[in-house]
Design a protein around this ligand. Sequence first.
Ligand code: PLP
Length: 350
Amino acid sequence: MKIEDFNIKSLIRPNVERMKPYSSARDEFKDFKEDMVFLDANENPFENGVNRYPDPRQATLKSHLSTLKRVPVDQILFGNGSDEVLDLIFRAFCEPRQDNVITLPPTYGMYGVLADTNDVGNKEVLLNTDFEPDIDAILNAVDANTKLIFLCSPNNPTGNRFEDKAIEKLLSNFKGLVVIDEAYADFSSAESWSTRLHDYPNLIVTQTLSKAYGMAGIRLGICFASEEIIEVLHKIKPPYNVNELTQKKALQRIMDENVVQKEINTILEEREKLLKTLKNVPFVAKIYPSEANFILAKVDDANKRYDQLLTEGIVVRNRSKQPLCENSLRFTVGTTVENSKLIEVLNKLN
Ligand SMILES: Cc1ncc(COP(=O)(O)O)c(C=O)c1O
């Protein structure tokens, strides 16, 4: 979508466009000096590290992430996990019982759940048998009320990254917003779509600290988009959606980039090892290429193999109910010890 053909105002829900955001105590005094006396937010004054409300704009964390990801601060929004970011996108742009979104199964289940929660239509356009999006079918499914298209790349549960050309075609031909969920992008050597924000005003990219950064427990989701889109999402987000402990922990972790990269490298090596093993397991019919920290494999009887693994104390994800994933199990790459146990068990099952 060319900048001049795109009109964000036409996509925002009218109530969101009209509303005034909540002005929090901490928002009103952003540039405070250390020695000020804060009697404005009804906090308990006794210092314990978390007695004050957290920074609603997460300025310190944002500025470090901005440097790391090379995206300007004004084009970043944080959420309580990327699930919250995805929900905010629905709530900002989709009018309940009127608008719809397009999702591409087999994919991450939350897009459909959020559509249901927000009472927004969900048009499902299946990926093709190579698990690539069928762009013509997607564009055919678009109608006047289609606000969002969700692409997950690398895709969960299939593991593949979608071809750039396909995504470019979608971005250029859809007047709504294209959300690219890059939860697993840190495991791929490809460039993030966040580097293309200046080319596509209708692009939203989401990432998370839950996967490669090893911080699923603190809940930090990231949204990259134009300043205008970020402002809309910021307007409706709960003021203190990213708590103080999360902001601190996340900052420590992103400043430890070498450690994170080392863990990613190990996971990638382990993924290759697991891939080789799975190829030689007699009941594995097909293994799908992965640019994520998991491998999807088609087996002879997914329920049987799932139960056998469970009996051996190993929990994997049975994705057989998803379209195009009959008899498919998804294996998350664990530690070397965990993977060795999985390999040992896979080799002895019959
Ligand atoms: C594709 C995808 N997006 C988003 C999420 C949720 O991420 P978060 O933990 O940041 O809410 C997941 C979690 O499994 C996922 O697979």
